[in-house]
Design a protein around this ligand. Structure first.
Ligand code: SPV
Ligand code: MG
Length: 549
């Protein structure tokens, strides 16, 4: 008996965890998901194991296994991955999804099942975190699979769990049907997919059924867990806080995401705990923050100090250390004015070596005042002096992964959009890697007007760099609208600190008023939640060295 493990997918729903790690290498109970399967297979004496890789293939390395590679993993389906290992279809073979942890007894059940084509199904259709469109269900009647796929029109009474077994004869049938399907369908729809190339395993199984081949269900009793979402990973005992990343890999992430998507959504973090919350935030199982902003306002305030450039570079870097330790997202630092050019060089070199992706410096005179304060005088630097500072900063950098971004404060200082554009020209020509336009207006009008002129300027001078904004005061406008207007980086600059201040004040008042904390409980996270968030639960699991099988 051979085994083929399909490990080419990108695991989009676990986005922030799979930025640098293929899904099957995420850890559950201290070891990668795929390793649970490899151990179980080897325990059962199955040693002829092939892994079909795709996304981040070099990170999946297991001695004593064979490797296949689906080069086009981004544009093809799991069936294409399976057929990358077609030469293995010359014996009895079991096929596995690589993102599911199966109890060993399940493997035994299907291994010993009768039938040339068998699939493992669970009669107890799980309340998994998958949407109905994503669940692979089956309709079983008279010990035969009648239908298999997503959203079955005739209903379903079992869930496919991602294991199929083909005898040598069954594998021969599979090969023939697959090649006939390619000839017949070409790039046209195939079963529930847009083409054979993009098809799921369930599509070929349905094709086999349609051609009157018998697909036998193996009704499993043991436990299995598919890791598809953060909730699945958490429930399986996975590590969601400590996916580690080297400074070299992290540093280039911001440029990479900007290159690929042209858009980055950023949230502020001012401490380890706020960084973990920001790192793990996800909505609809897929929308996440792409990067973290280390704000001067909140980093100073978290230490009880005003944002007037008295919390210097080393304070900022100490906070950055905390954040880098607990997250795997790219980090952008608020560098204030950058100080004098020597101080800027020192700061940039440190930030770059830590794996920070970008520093933004503002064109004000040291010591600056927070830009949102209506009463402070906002003194801008001469643009030529600031352009020279940019040149000094850029010359101190060792990699081109790192971005030095110039922040223009003309609108904050009461000057015109034209003044801001004039400055943008100086800074772009000095070699800056991006431009941030700041505003404290209640409406986005002035930054939108800047964005339009900026596009023209970029065309005119032939330099195009990402555009950044911080919509704190003009926060009615949505990210998608800002994106459509030409903004590439949107920073929600202070919200986690503001949320925590309000919440802490509320809880203080409730405890004082009630002379006890019972009434405040519903406004507080549980202690267990803290354990989970900071990885104490992970550590306990590791110490117990829990055996899943
Ligand atoms: C910060 O977050 O520290 C910023 C943005 O610099 S603002 O507070 O709006 O100036
Ligand atoms: Mg600031």
């Amino acid at each position: 008996m051979k085994a083929i493990i399909l490990a080419g997918g990108m695991g989009n729903r676990l986005l922030h965890l799979t930025t640098n790690t293929p899904k099957c290498m995420l850890k559950v109970h201290g070891k990668p998901i795929i390793e649970h399967l490899l151990t179980a297979l080897m325990d059962l004496g199955i040693n002829d194991i092939s892994i079909v890789k795709g996304y981040l293939k070099d990170q999946i390395n297991y001695e004593r296994t064979k490797s296949y590679y689906n080069q086009d993993y981004e544009n093809s389906g799991i069936l294409t991955s399976l057929f990358c290992a077609e030469q293995e279809f010359n014996d009895d073979v079991m096929i596995f999804y690589s993102d599911t942890i199966f109890n060993k007894s399940i493997l035994e059940e299907i291994m010993n099942a009768n039938g040339d084509i068998c699939i493992a199904v669970d009669k107890d259709i799980k309340k998994s975190h998958k949407t109905p469109e994503d669940k692979e269900n089956a309709l079983i009647n008279e010990n035969k699979v009648q239908k298999i796929g997503r959203n079955l029109a005739d209903g379903s009474n079992a869930e496919f769990i991602g294991i199929a077994k083909f005898t040598k004869k069954g594998a021969e049938i599979l090969k023939n049907v697959y090649h006939e399907a390619i000839t017949k369908h070409g790039d046209r729809p195939f079963q529930q997919s847009l083409s054979v190339k993009k098809a799921f395993l369930t599509d070929i199984l349905q094709e086999l059924i349609d051609r009157d081949y018998e697909v036998t269900p193996v009704l499993i009793k043991g436990k299995w867990t598919e890791i598809d979402t953060l909730e699945d990973l958490k429930e399986a005992g996975g590590e969601i806080t400590s996916a580690k990343i080297t400074p070299e890999v992290r540093r280039g992430l911001l440029k990479n995401i900007l290159g690929e998507r042209g858009f980055v959504r950023v949230i502020e973090a001012h401490s380890g705990i706020s960084a973990i919350i920001a790192n793990n935030a996800v909505t609809n199982g897929k929308t996440v923050f792409d990067a973290l902003w280390i704000s001067s306002l909140t980093e100073s305030a978290a230490k009880g100090q005003p944002d007037i450039e008295i919390m210097g570079p080393d304070s900022r870097l100490a906070t950055v250390h905390q954040v880098l330790e607990v997250t795997n997202k790219p980090v952008i630092i608020d560098g204030d004015t950058g100080g004098d050019p020597n101080a800027l060089e020192y700061f940039l070199r440190k930030a770059e070596s830590l794996g920070v992706s970008a520093v933004i410096i503002e064109d004000k005179v040291y010591p600056k005042r927070n830009s949102l304060d209506a009463e402070s005088e906002q003194t801008q630097e001469d643009p030529k002096v600031f352009a020279n500072k940019i040149k000094r900063g850029k010359s101190a950098l060792l990699t081109d992964q790192f971005m030095l971004i110039a922040r223009i404060e003309s609108l904050i200082a009461g000057k015109s959009v034209d003044d801001a554009i004039e400055r943008a020209k100086h800074y772009l020509e000095a070699g800056v890697d991006g431009i941030m336009i700041h505003s404290k207006s209640k409406t986005p009008d002035e930054i939108l007007s800047f964005a339009r002129d900026y596009k023209e300027l970029c065309n005119e001078i032939g330099i195009k760099k990402p555009l950044v904004c911080v919509p704190t005061t003009y926060n009615e406008i949505k990210e998608s609208e800002l994106r459509n207007e030409g903004f590439n980086v949107i920073i929600h600059a202070n919200h986690l600190l503001r949320a925590s201040i309000k919440s802490m004040q509320n809880v203080c008042n409730i405890i004082l008023e009630n002379e006890r904390s019972m009434e405040a409980d519903k406004y507080c996270s549980s202690v267990k939640e803290i354990f989970d968030i900071v990885g104490f639960t992970d550590i306990k699991n590791k110490e117990k060295n829990l055996e899943v099988n």
